[in-house]
Structure formats: C-alpha cells, structure tokens
Design a protein around this ligand. Structure first.
Ligand code: DX5
Ligand code: ZN
Length: 221
C-alpha cells in the first residue's frame, strides 16, 4: 500500500530515535494501539552525521506491526541501504539532498527497490533548489534542526522555509518536518503546508507517549 492510501491527510510520526530501546517493541505496540500509522526510523552512519544510531536489524525486529516505517537515511551513500531497508520491512527511504550527486537518479533507485522516496534537506540548503530536483519524490523533508540528535530546539525559520517549499512543490508531494516538533508548533506548521510531523522528544519524553501522541494528533486535525 502506498503512502497516499495509508495517510489520513496528515500524520504524526513518532521518531523511534527517542524511544526507550529496552522497551522498543512495547512502545511501538502502545502507539499502534493509540492509532499511530507511521513511525520514523533514523539511520545515522557516523559519517554524514556524528552518531551511529540504529540499522536494518533493529527495523526488522519491529516492522511486522500494522504501521508504515519511514526510514530517514542520515548517511553517505544512501543507495546502498535501500535494499537492506526494504528487506527489513521499511516502506520509504528519505535520503539527504546534501549526500548525493544526482537526486532524480536516487529517487528512481528508491522506487526501483519498491520504496517510496523522500528528499531531506538541511537548514543550509535552499528549498527552491531542493524542489527543482524533487519532482518525482513522494516526500520532501525540511529539517527544522541540524540532523544527528534528538532533543534539539526547533528552528523558527522553518515556518518560512516550509512556505517557500510549498509554493514551488507539486501538491501531491508531502512535506515533512523533523526536529523540535511538538505541541507548540504543529498547528502553525500545518497551516504552512506540512502533512508529516516527526516527533521524538515531545512524544517519548512525555510521561505517557500514547497520550502525547493523541494530543499532537488532536492539534493537527
Ligand atoms: C535527528 C533525527 C530526528 C530526531 C528528532 O536528526 O532525524 O528524527 O529523532 O528528535 P526531536 O523530535 O527530539 O527533535
Ligand atoms: Zn529523522
């Protein structure tokens, strides 16, 4: 099933980078029971970003639940991870604009692997330059922090950057935001044209992740 059939117009995506890894399966299950449809799964390689995060063997252990897995590749050479992500049960791969020489060819490689394709870009990159090469993407991810770690503050200039992106991107391409997303900014982001909201700290840092998820869901509906 493709994203467009699975999404309810907009979705909150818990970012599993913020989960308690000793209880990963239980936390995923609680969020699925609360209605969560898409999880965000961060792969960092220690090169494109400083930390090594988690990889396909962890994805494999949770991907059989009734949800989609959106895999954010914070890596150099993203194409080499497409098949392992697909085999582990991933549904989409989002690679970085800054990490590849040929964005359209990389989107085509993701589609050829049976995955939806996302293009992420860092705060230094221009939304128009990203949109110009992302016509065949399913998702464009406007980073609202510098990628690498959970728990960083949201950059306020993201609102303006998302507006610029929405103005030049075809309507069917979903805009995603990742970094510092929470109750204080999701409504304004929705108004700017965001439909996929990635959130780690504001969900897993709460006493009840399921309740925090429900509250964010309520705010975007
Ligand atoms: C880090 C990752 C994010 C991270 C977001 O660069 O790409 O997905 O988990 O964490 P919060 O929501 O805490 O900013
Ligand atoms: Zn991410």
């Amino acid at each position: 099933m493709s994203w467009s059939e699975w999404m309810r117009g907009a979705e909150i995506e818990p970012s599993l980078y913020g989960a308690d890894f000793a209880r990963l399966g239980a936390q995923v299950g609680e969020l699925v029971d609360s209605g969560c449809r898409i999880f965000h799964f961060d792969i960092g390689d220690g090169h494109f970003v400083e930390p090594i995060t988690m990889g396909p063997i962890v994805l494999q252990s949770i991907s059989s639940c009734n949800a989609m897995f959106d895999v954010h590749l914070m890596v150099e050479n993203p194409v080499k991870y497409f098949e392992p992500v697909k085999d582990a049960g991933g549904d989409s791969v989002t690679f970085h604009f800054e990490a590849v020489d040929d964005v359209p060819a990389t989107i085509a490689a993701a589609h050829a692997a049976g995955l939806d394709a996302g293009v992420a870009f860092n705060p230094e990159s221009e939304p128009e330059a990203v949109a110009a090469v992302s016509a065949d993407a399913d998702i464009v991810l406007c980073m609202s922090i510098h990628p690498g770690y959970s728990g960083q503050p949201f950059m306020d200039r993201t609102f303006e950057r998302v507006g610029r992106l929405r103005a030049v991107l075809p309507d069917h391409i979903q805009i995603q935001v990742d970094g510092g997303v929470g109750a204080g900014n999701v409504e304004q982001l929705r108004e700017c044209g965001v439909s996929l909201f990635v959130a780690a700290s504001s969900i897993f840092g709460a006493g009840s992740p399921a309740a925090a998820y429900d509250e964010l869901e309520r705010l975007i509906r």
